[in-house]
Design a protein. Structure first.
Length: 207
């Protein structure tokens, strides 16, 4: 039997890391972050506590990795060409991919939703946002998108966020109430609200 290659070792390590993350997400969401201990995670992941510490230094480190993974998956859809500009086409595709991701991975999104309302996690997310340059950049791009199209961009962003979050919550709680037609109608309605032409520059001279 030939020895494993470095690539094989890395694949095994990555698979084990994903196993730990998935076990942690389920426990954090269902039992609460504060109530979950490292031993619980190791047991659910089917590994020893010692081995778990080879992958993560702490429970908080696991939670931060889960948050980073979620942010990377969602924000990566928003500005795929990294040109510091969100076009209407990119926003349209982002909305479609976001909803499709939720439809494909309902259990995963349910777990993130349950996790996101826990007070400690909310505080950690706020701190993470403040420290994350890529995430701040994407937030600024969204702000720019709305500012270029609306006279009251902040209010429009709040409405947009509430619609998206509300739909996701309603779908995950009662998916039986939603059909493909309902989902398509929602997407088209949101698009009609925000995918508009940019405002024309104000050429009024200053006095």
């Amino acid at each position: 039997m030939s020895p494993r290659t470095q690539e094989q070792f890395e694949n095994i390590r990555q698979a084990k890391k994903e196993q730990i993350l998935w076990a942690s997400l389920a426990l954090f969401a269902n039992n609460g972050y504060q109530s979950t201990i490292i031993g619980d995670i190791a047991k659910k992941a089917g590994i020893s506590k010692g081995l778990l510490y080879n992958y993560f230094e702490s429970k908080e480190g696991i939670l931060l990795q889960l948050l980073d993974n979620f942010v990377a998956e969602t924000t990566g859809l928003l500005n795929p060409n990294n040109d510091h500009e969100i076009t209407n086409d990119e926003m349209s595709r982002f909305l479609e991919e976001l909803i499709q991701s939720m439809l494909r991975q309902q259990d995963l999104w349910k777990l993130y939703l349950q996790l996101s309302v826990q007070p400690f996690v909310v505080d950690l997310v706020k701190n993470r946002i403040a420290e994350s340059k890529p995430l701040l950049m994407h937030i600024q791009l969204i702000e720019k998108f709305f500012a270029e199209r609306f006279d009251n961009p902040l209010e429009e962003m709040v409405i947009f966020s509430a619609l998206i979050e509300g739909f996701i919550i309603q779908y995950l709680v009662s998916p039986i109430n939603f059909s493909g037609d309902n989902t398509a109608f929602f997407l088209n309605r949101v698009k009609s609200m925000i995918l508009i032409e940019k405002k024309k520059p104000d050429n009024t001279p200053n006095h």
